[in-house]
Design a protein around this ligand. Structure first.
Ligand SMILES: *Cc1c(COP(=O)(O)O)cnc(C)c1O
Length: 383
């Protein structure tokens, strides 16, 4: 029998072993700086794209929420865990997403696993983009539905799979992201909507990295392309641009009711605190406000600045720097860390084998001189 230590050794040999990085700041002043091993590091690894996790008015909302409702929710949502704070958050999401109803979960991960496995089951088919997030894949596996995968944004294969699956009696659910979490590129959303309509399939779009970034109000790629009402299930997280925690789906009342009845991560888990819901609502209100718009514009300015200098293009705040092997990615990432820059190496199994990369993420808070520093150090490593 293989021992745990042998398994760890094997991960070490493949440069695939992971370990926790302890951020040792006594207090945070911003999301773009972290203290690691006693040193101040510029953080190019945050998903807090608008810097909202540190926003004074959201801190205030959390404190207010705790004072009104306490620190915990005491039971699952179906027992006594549903408060007026959850209600207000879900009503707001449903309205902004042009849907009949919305439902929130403790995390985006719980949202994906619970919703996907509630919406389809044995005899149904899930058709997934190859680069879909682990949480969506886990939900698909848990569901017991037949899983089919198409190459990233590969419309021809998607159409063939749709054509094959709609002959079955079961439901067909197509699952994509709006902005892909490791490549930072966007879905062929309008074309995929056309296809799913042609074959009468359901479409779930995960806006984890689109919310706060895209659209006049920052509601995501669906807002930007004006197609919210054509997506059957809109999903997202409240932990990235929104800076708090939690996940949501927005859809028809029937679909939301079905998920309430069947999603195990919703039913068998204590409700997120009312304070969390209250803060997430304040964060969404901020995202759609004039201030949110200004933060978005600073973020996009930073993205343009970096990509022009790198002579590459970016469709989001995620800019991958492809390195190749896991070993090289680790070496480059460690060298940059020595220079005070945190750009984590993303390796298999998060991304396919031999596509290891540094995943650079920008936020609205980054200063131009910090981006210049990153560029200089990257150029030095290349030569
Ligand atoms: C981060 C992420 C999730 C999970 O969200 P959490 O709130 O972090 O649990 C789901 N889907 C995608 C695409 C993500 O990037």
């Amino acid at each position: 029998m293989r021992s745990p230590s042998e398994e760890l050794k094997q991960l070490d040999e493949l440069a695939l072993r992971r370990s926790l990085k302890w951020v040792d700041s006594e207090s945070y002043a911003s999301s773009r700086h972290i203290d690691l091993d006693g040193r101040k590091i510029i953080n190019f690894a945050s998903n807090d794209y608008l810097g909202l996790s540190q926003h004074p008015s959201l801190k205030q909302a959390m404190i207010e929420g705790v004072q009104r409702w306490g620190v915990g929710s005491s039971a699952s949502r179906l027992i006594t865990g549903s408060s007026i704070a959850h209600r207000a958050l879900e009503d707001f999401i449903a309205e902004k997403k042009h849907c009949q109803a919305a439902l929130t979960f403790s995390t985006g991960y719980a949202t994906a696993v619970g919703s996907v496995s509630a919406l389809v089951g044995k005899g149904d088919t899930i058709i997934l983009d190859k680069l879909a997030h682990a949480s969506l894949i886990d939900g698909a596996r848990l569901s017991g539905a037949t899983i089919r995968v198409f190459p990233h944004n590969g419309l021809e294969k998607l159409e063939r799979l749709l054509d094959g699956s709609v002959r079955n009696l079961g439901r067909t659910l197509v699952i994509i992201e709006s902005v892909y979490s490791m490549d930072g590129d966007v879905a062929e959303l309008e074309k995929i909507i056309e296809l799913k309509n042609k074959y009468g399939a359901l479409l779930l779009v995960d806006e984890a990295h689109g919310l706060g970034i895209y659209g006049e109000q920052g509601l995501g790629l669906s807002e930007h392309l004006n197609c919210s009402d054509k997506i059957d299930i809109q999903m997202g997280t409240l932990s990235k641009s929104a800076g708090v925690a939690g996940g949501y789906i927005a859809s028809s009342q029937d679909i939301i009711d079905l998920v309430v009845n069947k999603a195990r991560s919703f039913i068998y888990s204590t409700a997120p605190s009312a304070a969390q819901a209250h803060t997430a609502l304040a964060a969404l209100r901020l995202i759609i406000s004039e201030e949110g718009k200004e933060l978005r514009s600073s973020l996009w300015k930073n993205i343009s600045y970096l990509t022009e200098k790198m002579e590459c293009e970016a469709q989001s705040a995620i800019i991958p720097w492809h390195v190749g092997s896991s070993e090289d990615a680790l070496t480059v990432s460690n060298r940059l860390l020595k220079e005070g820059l945190y750009t984590p190496a993303i390796r298999y199994p998060t991304v396919p084998k031999n596509t290891a990369r540094l995943r650079i993420t920008l936020t609205a808070d980054h200063r131009q001189e910090e981006i210049d520093l990153l560029l200089n150090k990257m150029i030095n490593l290349k030569s």
